[in-house]
Design a protein around this ligand. Structure first.
Ligand code: 5RP
Length: 219
């Protein structure tokens, strides 16, 4: 089974967590693209979606799914998104696709976060995948120096501008044993918009695509 087939299995399994007649929170990435395709198959049963990126919005609209502005939505029953790494406490590193800030905002509104991954994304300790940090462009080098003081090696993701007009630093070499504390510490650096640690608001449900089927964790 290929990695993409595992992503597809997890993406389609997430349909089980979508309640008919509701607006669905939709993340970003190649695994979520499979979920969006799945959502297209039940598009007449949902009101629409709140999207976390321009890329997901385009794919949702192509399938005829109505997009709602988050400011017009007070409740989301579920948010479905992928992850770059997820640990045993359901904390995640996200932002490989540079959509971390909008993802974190939509996830904050949702009652339930369903994380969909292939079997390569589960880890004991996060940090092998570089931690993305979205920064205000003029603060990039200052934030990089502050991140280096925390023991990481920040690398500017050249050529990438986020949907919010900002830059991304990818922090290599971290061993993230206390994700909530590190999430708060990095967010406290002036010039940081968001960091890709989703620990304070982790996943509630984890769907892992594996060659033996989809493994489900959480509720
Ligand atoms: C985008 C994300 C994605 O969820 C994460 O990068 C996983 O992507 P993929 O499903 O393509 O492996 O956080 O900002």
């Amino acid at each position: 089974m290929t990695q993409d087939e595992m992503k597809k299995a997890a993406g389609w399994a997430a349909l089980d967590y979508v309640t008919p007649g509701t607006i669905v929170g939709v993340g970003t990435g190649s695994t979520v693209n499979h979920f969006i395709d799945a959502l297209g198959s039940i598009k007449d049963q949902i009101l629409g979606a709140v999207s976390s990126s321009e890329a997901s919005t385009a794919r949702l609209e192509q399938l005829g799914i109505r997009i709602f502005d988050l400011n017009d939505v007070s409740e989301l029953a579920v948010y479905v998104d992928g992850a770059d790494e997820i640990d045993g406490s359901m904390a995640m590193i996200k932002g490989g696709g540079a959509a971390l800030t909008r993802e974190k905002i939509v996830a904050a509104v949702a009652d339930r976060f369903v994380c969909i991954v292939d079997g390569t994304k589960t880890v004991d300790v996060m940090g092998r995948f570089p931690l993305p940090v979205e920064v205000i462009p003029m603060a990039r080098e200052y934030v990089a120096r502050e991140l280096a003081k925390l023991g990481g090696k920040p690398v500017y993701r050249e050529g990438v501008i986020t949907d919010n007009g900002n830059h991304i630093l990818d922090v290599q070499g971290l061993q993230i044993t206390e994700p909530k504390a590190l999430e708060a510490r990095i967010n406290a650096i002036v010039g940081v918009v968001t960091n890709g640690l989703f620990a304070e608001r982790g996943a509630d449900v984890l769907l892992i695509g594996t060659p033996d089927g989809v493994v489900r964790k959480g509720a």
